[in-house]
Write a protein that binds this ligand. Sequence first.
Ligand SMILES: Cc1cc2nc3c(=O)[nH]c(=O)nc-3n(C[C@H](O)[C@H](O)[C@H](O)COP(=O)(O)OP(=O)(O)OC[C@H]3O[C@@H](n4cnc5c(N)ncnc54)[C@H](O)[C@@H]3O)c2cc1C
Ligand SMILES: NC(=O)c1ccc[n+]([C@@H]2O[C@H](COP(=O)([O-])OP(=O)(O)OC[C@H]3O[C@@H](n4cnc5c(N)ncnc54)[C@H](OP(=O)(O)O)[C@@H]3O)[C@@H](O)[C@H]2O)c1
Length: 279
Amino acid sequence: MCGAEMTTDIAMSAPQAATKPNPNAPTSERVLSVHHYTDRLFKFRITRPQSFRFRSGEFVMIGLPKEDGKPLLRAYSVASPSWDEELEFFSIKVPDGPLTSRLQKIQPGDHVLLGKKPTGTLVLDALTPGKRLYMFSTGTGFAPFASLIRDPETYDRYDEVIVTHTCREVAELKYSQELVETTLEDPLCGEFAKGKLAHFTSCTREDHPNQGRITTLIESGKLFETLGVPPLNPETDRAMICGSQDMIQDTKQLMIDAGLTEGSNAAPAEFVIEKAFAG
Ligand SMILES: Cc1cc2nc3c(=O)[nH]c(=O)nc-3n(C[C@H](O)[C@H](O)[C@H](O)COP(=O)(O)OP(=O)(O)OC[C@H]3O[C@@H](n4cnc5c(N)ncnc54)[C@H](O)[C@@H]3O)c2cc1C
Ligand SMILES: NC(=O)c1ccc[n+]([C@@H]2O[C@H](COP(=O)([O-])OP(=O)(O)OC[C@H]3O[C@@H](n4cnc5c(N)ncnc54)[C@H](OP(=O)(O)O)[C@@H]3O)[C@@H](O)[C@H]2O)c1
C-alpha cells in the first residue's frame, strides 16, 4: 500500500519551522516490516510518499532524529524497484555506528526519516546500449541491484543480466539468494527475468563452491567459465560496480583493461561505479 497518509515533513529546527518550513526536510515514514539475516545485516520496508520518485538503482538519505530533534541521515541505496508502492532497504549494523547502532532496533510501526532527493550513477540511463549487463557487488553493495533486477526495464534493455554478490561469509549471501529466487517466481518480474537473469555468488572467508574475490574470478576466467559466457567485451558488455572503495578500484581497473569506458548520468558509457559505503 502506498503510505502517503503516513508522511510528515520533519522540521529542521523548531524556530525555523515556526517561520519558514524547509521544503527539503525529510519526511517521516512508517516501518512496515523488518527482517534480520545475520548479526551484521538486515532489511526493512517503509511507506513511500506518493511524491517520492526515483530511478531504480539510486540512493537517498535516510535516518532517525537525534536527541535534539535534528535528523541524523546516511546515504542508502533504495533496494526496491521504482514501481513498488513501498520502499525497501538492505542495511549493515555497525555496532558503534551513529545511525545503525539505533536503526538495527527499529520495529514495524516505528518511523524512519526519508530524504527527498534520490540520486546516483547506478542507473540504466548512465550506460550505452549493450547485450549483456553485469552487476558486480560485495556486501551491502548488492542493494542497488536488488532494485534493478526487479525492474522490467532492465530486461527490456539487455538480453542477459548477470548479478554477482561476494561476501566474507556464506550467511551474508542470503538476502541476494532469496531475492533472486523470489524475483524469478514473481508473477510480474519473473516473466521478464526468466531466461535472462543469472546470479553468481562467491565467498572469501568460508567454504563455498565459488571461492574468492570477484576480481580474482574475473582475472582467472572462472566467472565466465561458470556462467558459460565469453570474456568481457566492450562491444557487447556493460557493467555496474558497487562495493568498498578498494573493491571498486580493483574491479574498475579490470573493466578498463578489458576496453570498457566509465560512464555517468551526463556522459553514458560502458560501466558505472558507486561506493557501497564511505571509508
Ligand atoms: C552512496 C552510498 C550508498 C549507501 N548505501 C547503503 C546501503 O544500501 N546499505 C547500507 O547498509 N549502507 C549503505 N551506505 C553506508 C551508509 O551510508 C552508512 O555508512 C551506514 O548505514 C552506517 O552508518 P552509521 O552511522 O551506523 O556508521 P558510519 O559512521 O556511517 O560508518 C562507520 C564505519 O562502518 C563501516 N560501514 C559503514 N557502512 C557500511 C556498509 N554498508 N558495509 C560495510 N561497512 C560499512 C565503514 O568502515 C564506516 O567507516 C551507503 C553509503 C553511500 C556513500
Ligand atoms: N563481514 C564480516 O564478517 C565482518 C565482521 C566484523 C567486522 N567487519 C568490518 O566491516 C567492514 C566491512 O566489511 P564487509 O565484509 O561488509 O565488506 P568488505 O570488507 O568490503 O568485504 C566484502 C567482500 O569484498 C571483498 N573485497 C574486499 N576488498 C576487495 C577488493 N579490493 N577487490 C575485490 N573484492 C574485495 C572481501 O574479500 P576479502 O574477505 O578477501 O577481504 C569480501 O568478500 C570492514 O571494516 C570489516 O572489518 C566485517
